[in-house]
Ligand binder design. Structure first.
Ligand SMILES: Cc1ncc(COP(=O)(O)O)c(C=O)c1O
Length: 416
């Protein structure tokens, strides 16, 4: 066929598709320290990496044809498998939940469940100011007041439980805390916040979008022996979100929302019939892709992946801390590190690194720019080259403008 009905030739079409692909993303094995998707590649520690990734992508493709949530019995089984396995790891003895299209949707479904539990219109939710911006977004959508509790001065990763309790109002329906904060990687004091939630009979949701699929495996693998409790072992925790398309290594869009028990899932279904999710028809490709990861990696595969990711974080953080003028934000317990400065203007550093082909996230706090790296197995071997380029870029950068030094730690973390 010379031309398709639209008039495009096969060649023109593939050319345009490649252009758009290049404009949208780096290849996952390239210099990208902040990506969502199947991040596995083979390495001495993860010899099965490539094969698992390919099988996950192949499974996704096999479930591409209209197997909607409602009709797809196989996808329902896969979803149930994921929920039963991970819900148990998170400490539930009656695991319940579902797969969503991302961390934002998981947070939304959790807060809607809290709304249903409280049985009221409007109201407020209380969360530490380090909470992800999706919390502000859902408040706007659901007519709730966001009560973002500021961090103790100078430590944006820290949370004072007494300040959380003091912020609770008579109309508060839920507290949201985070395990693996964006972009500090810290864990909020969830045991203390859980006790507060119980005392005030409030729903407590834990946003584990980033931390959910790495923290349990660092604990199981014995990497972090001091890890504070943050999951369903804390009595007040009602739900936990965890993104499959982040540290779950699965193709996007895929997150999970877990409830402490099936009773809470029923409440979620009451407010969002028939499944508890915000979307009606759901693509089952992401469920199949995630299920493949879970089936092929299993608990010990995820332990290996977690250790690999965290060792790269350690390498990047240690290297960055040695570069004069740079600071590494303390408190990260996941594969995320925030590099900032109080003396060097990092904005031109960001530009220069990007010119050299590096991808990473940039945060406006601490002002004027923080570099956020979330290394995953596909970043194997990239740390030395990145650190060299970082050192060069910092050496060439101007000093931090004095007016910015003052406010660096005081800005609200909302609006990154
Ligand atoms: C802590 C946290 N919560 C929620 C989200 C939102 O996830 P998504 O972009 O998948 O909706 C993110 C994304 O980075 C996050 O880090």
């Amino acid at each position: 066929m010379d031309r398709f009905p639209s008039g495009l030739t096969r060649y023109d079409f593939l050319d345009e598709l490649s252009r758009l692909e290049r404009a949208s993303r780096f290849d996952e094995t390239e210099r990208n320290f902040f990506d969502e998707g199947p991040h596995l590649i083979s390495s001495p520690e993860l010899p099965w990496g490539d094969e698992v990734r390919h099988l996950s992508v192949a499974a996704y493709e096999r479930f591409i044809h209209g197997e909607t949530w409602i009709t797809g019995g196989g996808a329902r089984e896969m979803e149930a498998d994921i929920v039963a396995w991970m819900g148990t790891i998170l400490g539930s003895d009656d695991p319940a939940g579902f797969v969503t299209a991302g961390g934002s949707e998981s947070n939304m479904c959790a807060v809607l469940t809290a709304k249903q539990r409280a049985g009221r219109k409007g109201g407020s939710i209380v969360f530490p100011d380090n909470g992800h911006y999706s919390l502000h977004k859902l408040c706007r959508m659901f007519d709730l007041d966001p009560i973002a509790v500021p961090a103790p001065e100078g430590r944006l990763d820290q949370v004072d439980p007494a300040a959380i309790e003091a912020a609770i109002r008579p109309d508060t329906i839920a507290i949201v805390a985070t395990a693996g904060t964006w972009a500090y990687g810290s864990i909020d004091p969830i045991a203390e916040i859980g006790a507060i939630a119980e005392k005030h009979d409030l729903y407590l949701h834990v946003d584990g979008a980033f931390g959910g699929y790495i923290l349990p495996f660092l604990e199981i693998g014995g990497y972090d022996r001091e890890m504070p409790l943050w999951d369903f072992r804390v009595p007040g925790v009602c739900s936990i979100s965890a993104d499959l398309h982040k540290n779950g290594m699965a193709p996007p869009p895929a997150s999970t929302l877990f409830f402490r028990d099936s009773g809470l899932l029923e409440l979620a279904k009451e407010i969002c019939p028939p499944n508890g999710t915000i979307s009606g028809t759901r693509g089952t490709g992401p469920i199949a892709g995630a299920w493949t990861m879970v089936k092929l990696l299993g608990t010990w595969g995820y332990v290996d992946v977690a250790k690999k990711s965290i060792s790269m974080r350690d390498q990047l953080a240690a290297g960055a801390a040695e570069i004069p003028g740079l600071l590494v934000h303390p408190g990260s317990r996941i594969n995320m590190t925030l590099i900032h400065s109080q003396t060097v203007d990092l904005r031109p550093v960001v530009d220069r690194l990007r010119d050299r082909g590096w991808m990473f996230a940039v945060r406006a706090i601490p002002a004027p720019a923080g570099i956020v790296l979330a290394p995953m197995p596909h970043n194997e071997g990239q740390a030395p080259a990145f650190l060299d380029d970082l050192a060069d870029a910092v050496a060439a950068a101007p000093a931090m403008p004095t007016e910015l030094r003052v406010d660096a730690e005081k800005v609200s973390s909302y609006g990154f």
